[in-house]
Design a binder for this molecule. Structure first.
Ligand SMILES: Cc1cc2nc3c(=O)[nH]c(=O)nc-3n(C[C@H](O)[C@H](O)[C@H](O)COP(=O)(O)OP(=O)(O)OC[C@H]3O[C@@H](n4cnc5c(N)ncnc54)[C@H](O)[C@@H]3O)c2cc1C
Length: 553
């Protein structure tokens, strides 16, 4: 087993290689002393941690009652056999859905004939971004397989329906004057008429009979997921950065928002839902490489595991495509934006030379916003993966408009661009696949982008993240009363990763191919248009949509 406490400072957000020497390795003695000291500090500081709210500097003002309750909830439970403690790194779609699925399946099983797995479950979700759930974070997601997960977890109405704008069609055209139609995917027809997969059963809501496909704004999804969590067994702490993760002991080193102090807490399981630049992923790769378990850290080629050869699996790789993403304010009227169709349930694509744009509407009733993604084949420049979806102040309306005009995007797209109230510039990155998504001792497991960041050209990253969360909780629930037995947990984690790796790898490869084709230049763009036209005529484009959208649970 490795003894790596991998720190985020040692694996900075820049994309340099992170060798195994970059992990902090403590000598046993120093480590022991430090653990004792930090545990002591941890106990003191944990009293100051508010439950299910943002970490602030006002914590010292807690009254006695809160202090006592806090102590009850946050006492260091490593000696408490009755409690199963889980730390979820990241409050994105993967992290929040994991917390919810664990609450549903570990503390009170969906199958009421079965006994609960354990008497006390305690989940702590940590996110370094104090504004992770704010209204201005991120753009819209197309959600389909993820909606099926929410249905299974019993929160479909309050998390999905309330926040979604139904997606019924995708219409693709060329950027030429004639606006030549390339293909149209009729989402309803594809799902209801499907006979090749089990989409008909999995993507049609059992209660309402509606096809579960729609666009939600990221912040709405996150807020509703958080609201659906039971605060008795889950605290969500925002503005709390995880600095280090110990694959051997299950310890997490964290720094709260005030930025001055760090503390260490120990958990039975650490779920790495910390996105594309995941610290947990680096730790899993390094711990598996240094434990000599080459098969679990590479793609089956043991010569590529260990040392700097693991870097391809830890660090994301640039795809060669950049996205300028714009979001309008709420209540924009679509009629004067998209000339051909005032229907908000259609997503529109326009393909040009080396670039294309996608326009769609996201959000529930009275909070609909238009989203514009302009994707172009170009060097990364000063952009990065922008995992926190920070609005770039350097990306002005004029800059975005000029860029799209140069790429011959149609007037509808340019008009919409001028209506956007915020822009994000995003370099599209992806991960090389891992053979295992957990550390060899079963202390750390990865979900979502931390496990398999994929280009967004099939709109599946968040959908797959939510499916990971569901399958992980389902597999852990099979441990029953043995949830603290390492070999049982390891079996469950292997079963989780065996279920989820094949579909996510397939979607990853397809997304990379589709992205390269969609942003192809010169002759490639001509080939693309012909290929899309033919694929549309033979119904292949619909099948591609369906193969990504159908959940694999
Ligand atoms: C332009 C674009 C369009 C997309 N469209 C779609 C779509 O239509 N449909 C779809 O399904 N997917 C889409 N995706 C993909 C989707 O955004 C991601 O796959 C999804 O957000 C992954 O969720 P996650 O929870 O795994 O990671 P994230 O959403 O990245 O969340 C990770 C969280 O972890 C936190 N974190 C990171 N490091 C630390 C740390 N050290 N300590 C504490 N917290 C930490 C971060 O602050 C963040 O909140 C799109 C992506 C892009 C870029």
């Amino acid at each position: 087993m490795s003894r790596s406490l991998l720190s985020s400072s040692s694996s900075s957000s820049s994309r340099r290689c992170c060798s195994s020497s970059s992990s902090r390795i403590f000598s046993s003695k120093r480590r022991h002393q430090q653990q004792r000291h930090q545990r002591h500090l941890g106990k003191r500081r944990q009293r100051r941690v508010p439950r299910a709210r943002e970490s602030t500097d006002d914590d010292d003002n807690n009254d006695d009652e809160k202090e006592k309750e806090h102590e009850r909830n946050n006492k260091n439970n490593e000696d408490d056999d009755d409690v199963y403690s889980v730390c979820v790194l990241g409050a994105g779609p993967a992290g929040l859905t994991t917390a919810l699925a664990m609450q549903k399946m570990l503390s009170s099983p969906l199958d009421t004939t079965k006994k609960p797995t354990l008497s006390r479950l305690k989940i702590t979700v940590l996110d370094k971004n104090p504004n992770a759930l704010d209204g201005n974070v991120g753009g819209g997601f197309n959600i389909n397989g993820g909606a099926a997960v929410l249905e299974k977890l019993g929160v479909y109405e309050e998390v999905f329906s309330k926040n979604a704008n139904a997606l019924r069609a995708v219409l693709s055209r060329r950027c030429d004057i004639a606006r030549t139609r390339l293909f149209e995917v009729d989402v309803e027809k594809e799902v209801r008429g499907d006979f090749l997969t089990n989409a008909k059963e999995l993507l049609v809501n059992e209660k309402s009979g509606e096809v579960m496909a729609g666009t939600v704004m990221r912040a709405d999804l996150s807020q509703s997921l958080r609201e659906s969590l039971n605060e008795e067994t889950c605290e969500v702490v925002l503005g709390c950065e995880v600095l280090g993760v110990d694959a051997e002991s299950g310890e997490v080193e964290l720094r709260r928002r005030d930025g001055t102090t760090t503390e260490t807490r120990k958990f039975d399981l650490i779920v790495g839902a910390d996105g594309i630049d995941s610290l947990a992923r680096k730790c899993v790769v390094e711990s598996n490489a240094s434990s000599g378990d080459g098969s679990s850290s590479g793609s089956g080629n043991s010569s590529r595991s260990g040392g700097s050869s693991t870097s391809g699996r830890k660090e994301p790789i640039y795809s060669g495509i950049k996205i300028l993403f714009g979001v309008t304010g709420v209540d924009d009227k679509p009629e004067d934006l998209i000339r051909e169709l005032s229907d908000r349930t259609t997503a529109h694509q326009w393909f040009g030379d080396g670039a294309y744009s996608l326009v769609f509407t996201g959000g529930g009733e009275n909070k609909k916003r238009h989203n514009l993604a302009f994707c172009s084949n170009e060097p990364l420049g000063s952009a990065n993966s922008n995992p926190s979806w920070r609005a770039n102040s350097s990306v002005t309306k004029e800059y975005a408009h000029n860029k799209m005009m140069k790429a011959n995007m149609p007037a509808d797209v340019l008009r919409l661009c001028l209506r956007c109230e915020r822009f994000f510039e995003i370099g599209v990155f992806f991960h090389e696949p891992l053979d295992s998504w957990s550390s060899s001792n079963g202390k750390i497991v990865l979900v979502g982008d931390a496990a398999h960041a994929m280009p967004p050209f099939l709109g599946q990253g968040a959908n797959q993240a939510m499916q990971d969360a569901y399958v992980l909780a389902k597999c852990l629930a099979t441990c029953g009363a043995d949830i603290k037995n390492p070999s049982k947990v390891n079996e469950a984690l292997q079963s989780y990763s065996n279920t989820r790796r094949p579909p996510t790898e397939a979607i990853m490869n397809a997304s990379r191919f589709v992205g390269a084709l969609e942003t192809g230049k010169g002759p490639v763009s001509l080939f693309r248009d012909l290929a899309f036209f033919v694929a549309g005529k033979f119904g292949i484009t619909g099948k591609i949509f369906l193969s990504g959208a159908t959940p694999r649970l």
